[in-house]
Design a protein around this ligand. Sequence first.
Ligand code: NAD
Length: 280
Amino acid sequence: MEKIGVVGAGLMGSEIALVFALAGHEVLLADRTEADAAAGIERLVGVLKKAVERGFQTREAADAALKRIRATADLGTFKDCDLVTEAVFEDLAVKSAVLAQLDAACKPDCIIATNTSTIPISTLAGTVSETRRARFIGTHYFSPVSRMRLVEVIPAFGTSDATFEFAQRLCTGAGKTPIRVKDVAGFAVNRVLHAFMIEAVRLVEEGVATPEDIDTACRLGLGHPMGPFELMDATTSSLCLQAQEIMQEAYGERFRPRPLLKQRVRAGFVGGRKARGWRR
Ligand SMILES: NC(=O)c1ccc[n+]([C@@H]2O[C@H](COP(=O)([O-])OP(=O)(O)OC[C@H]3O[C@@H](n4cnc5c(N)ncnc54)[C@H](O)[C@@H]3O)[C@@H](O)[C@H]2O)c1
């Protein structure tokens, strides 16, 4: 089976490593230090424990998957990988440095994918050598990766059809459902999502309904698993604001973040694990 590499053992990278390991691939998971990479694997123990308890995985499959993931800090060990996914910080300078190292370390026919949410795939493709660009692609996963089945697969200007088909095949083999999306700001899902969130905040500003009632409306009236305010609290309002500002720059007024969202972020009501948010 294809050998997989993942750089960045954070929230996304560690679970991307997990889904490929569960599908039977050997996976190398890298971070800045071997201890950071090992901590990413350690977090997966908890993810798998819950999956076994809920009956989504057998104990045997979970144990076997964990054994297939190896922690490293040395990208030189990626030389035999067939697909490497970059999932480091959302920062062009950090990503460019990692991608240049991967380009040098990986074999010529290795495909390099990025999990960026906001940086254009073609901009990142420009940071690898000319010869690699046909084998460079965006694969945008959703959190939590072990549960969310969608992957937006985004070719850059120079991506070959064979690379697209390879990425699509490997994602499908790992239990994901890939869709092809053009390289535009927000790709497809975040454009739909933020248009929706902006309108949800507008409803609160106008006093039409409370965040709690809008969440209830979306759960019970639209069949969504969670409402927009619960989702903002889970992903953090600061990240939502950042995404909306990027899309406002790309598409204009229709993505202008609502004043109430800006005020709450400035006041520290961002949600996430530590801060108060809309609902808690
Ligand atoms: N969090 C989400 O819901 C989500 C969804 C889709 C895409 N993304 C994208 O995925 C990427 C990772 O996001 P995350 O939420 O997992 O972030 P995170 O902060 O949890 O993890 C990033 C990891 O990258 C590591 N890292 C940073 N610089 C590195 C380097 N030079 N070499 C090796 N490792 C390095 C960090 O130590 C950290 O473990 C970002 O590009 C983000 O935009 C995130």
